[in-house]
Design a protein around this ligand. Structure first.
Ligand SMILES: [Zn+2]
Ligand SMILES: [Zn+2]
Length: 409
């Protein structure tokens, strides 16, 4: 069996996140998307934890349910600490099987000085390695996944405050890390050539800061839908496929300076010494630059960017799980109507399409052109197909500016 999961999102109690991220709203959005399993998010926040405890029904297999959607106890923490004379900032996703573990984890973090009530994604003055050991000592079934690993800030491989390898960050705890989150600005094909990560499961989630962003990236896991099934899937790369943003759409894909209007490919950046041609200061190096700098010569030679099959999936040819690049349906509708994604006409059409075809994932991945043309205008039906088959033009994101993908015929 297979199930669709989005396990990186936030609650109303996380910094800079929407007050609309209630359990009611995220469950309704998950249903429309076609998501089976969500993370609760932010479980160390005292008020949010109270609400989770009151509203979630235990399923008896270390998962919980609410209004037809299943939930996994999960959160994100921000480790900020010095190592080897540099300031490090690493975000980690954390999953546990029960509230007793949540309570003990929260207690230990509070004792170490973390202000759990001020941010659902707490800042810890603790190394990623020490946090991992602490969490595993509390419960050996705890799962730790480095989040959005390439982002310049807060990614374990980030140029601003990250490391050159997992080993350098997690030291003796490295074998406990079975999976990494690719993040919006990268996709699995950019990770496949890296030897150190060849046995890691690559997962993709939305990192939604508002309900509308839920499920923009997803992972379809194979195996049993249970906590143990999830742990086994991560340990063995049992992933049916991941749904990816076009990585160019992420806000740190290329290098550049937002204020100077400078956007560069890795080749341009390298030839100009990583400095901005306008202001002369160091550029914010994008994910593409960072990933390219990680490949060794032999990895470059074996560089496997995958091949797109007849239904839009990119296959590695070396047994890694495939993925598909998609554009969110709200964006495709908004573009086809020439209006904003949050406007009434766009939302009405979104709801109608999803109702008629079952879920957004069905619309974006499975429905054939004949089916799409029955429920949507011809140009929207073609745009959905174009997005699925990578027939798109892109303006890459850089230095905090989202990129743009054009799928319209
Ligand atoms: Zn994060
Ligand atoms: Zn500049």
């Amino acid at each position: 069996m297979a199930y669709t999961a989005d396990l990186h999102l936030h609650s109303p109690f996380a910094y800079a996140c929407s007050k609309n991220l209630t359990l009611e709203n995220v469950s309704a959005r998950a249903k429309a998307k076609g998501i089976d399993l969500l993370a609760t998010a932010d479980f160390t926040h005292p008020k949010w934890r109270q609400e989770l405890r009151a509203k979630l029904t235990p399923r008896g297999d270390s998962l919980f349910s609410f209004k037809g959607i299943d939930f996994l106890l999960g959160t994100e923490v921000s480790c900020v600490y010095p190592q080897d004379g540099q300031s490090r900032r690493v975000h980690l996703l954390v999953f546990v099987p029960d509230f007793a573990t949540v309570d003990r984890l929260a207690e230990n973090l509070a004792q170490s000085g973390a202000k759990l009530e001020s941010d659902g994604r707490p800042t810890l003055k603790m190394s990623a390695r020490d946090f991992t050991q602490m969490a595993l000592d509390i419960n050996s079934e705890t799962v730790i996944i480095p989040a959005h690993v390439w982002t310049p800030w807060y990614g374990v491989f980030g140029t601003k405050s990250g490391f050159d390898s997992l080993e350098e960050c997690f030291l003796d705890m490295t074998p406990q890390i079975h999976a990494i989150e690719s993040g919006l600005s990268s996709d699995p094909a950019m990770i496949w050539p890296i030897d150190e990560l060849s046995d890691k499961t690559i997962v993709s989630f939305s990192d939604a800061h508002s309900p509308a962003k839920l499920g923009r990236e997803l992972t379809v896991f194979q195996g049993e839908l249970s906590y143990q099934g999830f742990v086994d899937a991560l340990a063995n790369q049992r992933v049916e496929f991941t749904v990816e943003f076009y990585p160019e759409e992420g806000k740190y894909h290329y290098s550049g300076h937002r204020k100077c209007g400078v956007r560069q490919t890795p080749e341009e950046t390298r030839s100009q010494g990583n400095r901005c041609p306008v202001c002369g200061r160091p550029l914010t190096l994008g994910v593409l630059h960072r990933v390219a700098s990680r490949y060794t010569l032999s990895e470059m030679e074996n560089h496997n960017t995958g091949a797109t099959n007849a239904i839009g999936f990119v296959e590695s040819g070396q047994g890694r799980p495939p993925f598909i690049r998609l554009v969110p349906l709200l964006e495709l509708i908004a573009d086809s109507l020439g209006r904003g994604a949050a406007t009434k006409g766009v939302v009405t059409q979104y709801n109608r399409l999803v109702q008629e075809l079952g879920s957004e994932i069905n619309v974006l991945i499975s429905a054939g052109l004949d089916v799409l043309e029955k429920v949507a205008e011809e140009n929207l039906a073609q745009a959905i197909l174009n997005a699925r088959m990578s027939n798109v033009s892109v303006e890459p994101g850089f230095d905090g500016v989202y990129g743009k993908v054009h799928a319209n015929p």
